[in-house]
Design a protein around this ligand. Structure first.
Ligand code: PHE
Length: 350
């Protein structure tokens, strides 16, 4: 092997040992740099006679080209290797199963509330919402509930600090305060008409929402839901309540032969009062009477607190438990399941 071939070999070996672009540039300088080995050979040409200069020069040039070719090849190889490393690091395995994004859904009690609102909405009932922190007045006094009524005791009601006679001082124990709140607004809206002796448009409203009592077991929770209903006009009777509530229950439970029973009861704000029981004719609960709501004719004192004359206006109210309706509809036996937040339970309703 002649000296020039050996030089090209040495350069190729040296380039091959370079593992980074910087290494390679250093190796290049040794052969092609200002005082590199090829450059030194070129300088040596000057001292040669013309003829020899030609052949020697051509040979050196050939060697130079060989070195440059080796350099280019190594540069490419290093760039390819770097690309491979990068591709491997950023590799995307498109065959992997995608990440599941669980879809949310409505809580079963929310589903019931939506259902209640849709059914009563179709019967011309407005839907109203009210505060969960109430005053004594709306929760008890305006609803004809005497000072010494047990519902007012500390054992039954959550009182909040800082409340007064008129400032909110308790967590509402039922949605009935909405009877007064809504009716008062309604009367205010039609005040001119009423004072002129005109006929006020009927009050027809439901008021769903959260309610609170000091209670906790399989069928009672300190927070629970209620949905109030109120229907006041000049010519409303118990018969109307019965028709509307029967219709509601049959639609809600999708059962045409469901039977209702009005069982005499007592509430300070209704007189007469009745518990509404329902009975399924088929299915796991068939034949049993199940209590679903309290109801009654609005007490004259309450009608007065609404700003209406009980001699001219009469009404009916009911209060039902959406939690219980949900339990009956889906055959759930423990109310606490609704509020534990366990997705294994909740996701069954989607
Ligand atoms: N507020 C009553 C309760 O919580 C239910 C009810 C509402 C009764 C309206 C009669 C009329 O038990």
């Amino acid at each position: 092997m002649n000296e020039l071939d050996a030089l090209v070999d040495a350069a190729t070996t040296s380039f091959a040992q370079a593992v980074t672009p910087a290494d390679l540039e250093n190796a290049k300088a040794q052969f092609l740099g200002k005082s590199g080995r090829i450059t030194e050979l070129m300088k040596g040409l000057a001292a040669l006679p013309v003829e020899e200069k030609k052949t020697r020069g051509a040979a050196i040039n050939l060697a130079k080209q060989g070195v440059e070719a080796a350099l280019t090849a190594r540069r490419q190889a290093l760039a390819d290797a770097e690309l491979q490393v990068q591709l491997k690091a950023e590799a995307l395995d498109v065959s992997l199963p995608g990440r599941q994004r669980p879809t949310g859904g409505l809580h079963p009690v929310s589903l019931t509330l939506e259902r209640i609102e849709a059914i009563f909405g179709s019967m011309g009932f407005d839907v109203a919402e009210g505060p969960e922190i109430e005053t004594d007045w709306f929760n008890f006094t305006a609803l004809n509930t005497p000072e010494d009524h047990p519902a007012r005791s500390m054992h039954d009601t959550f009182y909040v600090e800082g409340g007064t006679e008129t400032a909110p001082n308790l967590l509402r124990t039922h949605t009935s305060p909405m009877q007064i709140r809504y009716a008062v607004q309604h009367v205010k809206k039609h005040k001119v008409l009423i004072t002129a002796g005109g006929v006020m448009p009927e009050i027809r409203v439901i008021a769903p929402g959260r309610t609170y009592r000091v209670d906790s077991d399989a069928t009672h929770s300190p927070m629970f839901h209620q949905c109030e209903g109120l229907w006041v006009g000049q010519n409303v009777s118990f018969k109307d309540l019965k028709v509307v509530f029967t219709d509601f229950c049959r639609t809600f439970f999708e059962s045409d032969d469901l039977v209702l029973r009005f069982r005499p009861s007592f509430f300070p704000f209704t007189e007469p009062s009745a518990e509404i029981d329902i009975q399924f004719q088929a299915g796991p609960l068939a034949g049993r009477w199940l209590e679903v709501a309290g109801s009654g004719q609005v007490h004259p004192n309450v009608v007065r607190n609404m700003g209406l004359d009980p001699e001219h206006y009469i009404g009916f109210a009911f209060g039902m438990g959406p939690d219980r309706l949900t339990m009956l509809r889906y055959d759930v036996n423990d109310l606490r399941l609704f509020f534990d937040g366990d997705l294994r339970f909740l996701s069954q309703f989607q």
